[in-house]
Design a protein around this ligand. Structure first.
Ligand code: PMP
Length: 295
């Protein structure tokens, strides 16, 4: 458990950290969040995470609670106060506190919360636990590209996985195509070693892990951004999912059917190893790494 967290301008003991009961995040899920990995004391892919954070705020017309530079300093202070060198930061901004009413006053002061926790990152592919997933209907709203704190359908999807003895769920849209995992982006590998993940749009979150993989390894690996069905995934050579905290996770079973030979695949291993290298290389220590446009 972290020792200290940041709540609306103050560093407070985590155990007693609290927001007001009329915070709109609590009452309406009216807010956004971000999760960022910490590796060797550095903040991994800070710039794209902060850009996505500011974009999510903009899409919901929530004014930024502070400049990007101030937030960058707060993030480092949380790491320092909690002595985190390997871990994850959680940032949340809500529209703020007002008497409960769907409409809100025009001059609201957004609320910022930052917490940090230690994580032990896997250092080799062999250390990563492969997972089984189930397909569930995607019951979310039509703006899954916004990293909203409203995660109820994602939680229900995850509960379906737990009920069936699987580790996680992939969500399926009305046309039968996989959108993404309950808290990850979904990928399959064809029998010709083509790596396929759904194209960006309103129906998935633009994962920063996804973006890093596509951006940095396009020369070495073959990628296609297109939708695929769960049936196609079941017949794929390999499958995996990606996220900030799970990195690259092999999926070895879908709805009870083994994928390929039922073991983590070689292409997934290559993606994992490439991403781990990227992970270490893109951890920034100085606040100056924060995006300048929003500061
Ligand atoms: N999709 C969803 C629904 C998620 O919750 C996450 C994790 N935040 C992702 C995708 C992966 O995004 P990232 O790689 O930025 O963690």
């Amino acid at each position: 458990m972290p020792a200290q967290s940041y709540v609306n301008g103050r560093y407070v003991l985590h155990d007693s950290a609290a927001v007001h009961i009329e915070d709109r995040g609590y009452q309406f899920a009216d807010g956004v969040y971000e999760v960022i990995a910490i590796y060797g004391g550095g903040i991994v892919d800070e710039k794209p995470h902060m850009e996505r954070f500011f974009r999510s705020l903009g899409e919901l017309n929530i004014p930024p609670p502070a400049s990007a530079r101030t937030i960058a300093i707060i993030l480092r202070e949380i790491l320092r106060r909690n002595r985190i060198t390997d871990g994850a930061l959680y940032l949340q901004v809500t529209r703020g506190v007002a008497p409960r009413n769907h409409a809100h006053p025009p001059d609201m002061k957004p609320a910022l919360v930052v917490t940090g926790r230690a994580v032990r990152w896997p250092q080799s592919f062999a250390a990563v636990q492969p997972i089984a997933i189930v397909g569930v209907a995607d019951e979310r709203w039509t703006r899954a590209d916004i990293k909203s704190v409203s995660l109820l359908p994602n939680i229900l999807a995850r509960m379906s996985a737990d009920r069936t003895g699987a580790d996680d769920a992939w969500m399926i849209d009305g046309a039968g195509y996989v959108t993404e995992g309950s808290s990850s982006n979904a990928w399959i590998v064809s029998n010709g070693d083509e790596i396929i993940t759904r194209q960006l749009g309103h129906s998935i979150l633009a994962g920063i892990t996804r973006q890093a993989i596509l951006k940095h390894f396009g020369d070495a690996l073959k990628f296609t951004e297109r939708a695929f069905t769960l049936e196609e995934a079941k017949g794929a050579a390999e499958a995996f999912q990606t996220s900030t905290t799970a990195l690259v996770k092999p999926v070895v079973k879908i709805d009870g059917s083994p994928i390929g030979d039922g073991k983590p695949g070689g292409v997934t291993k290559k993606v994992f190893e490439a991403y781990l290298t990227h992970f270490a290389a893109h951890a920034s220590a100085a606040p100056s790494a924060a995006p300048s446009a929003a500061s």
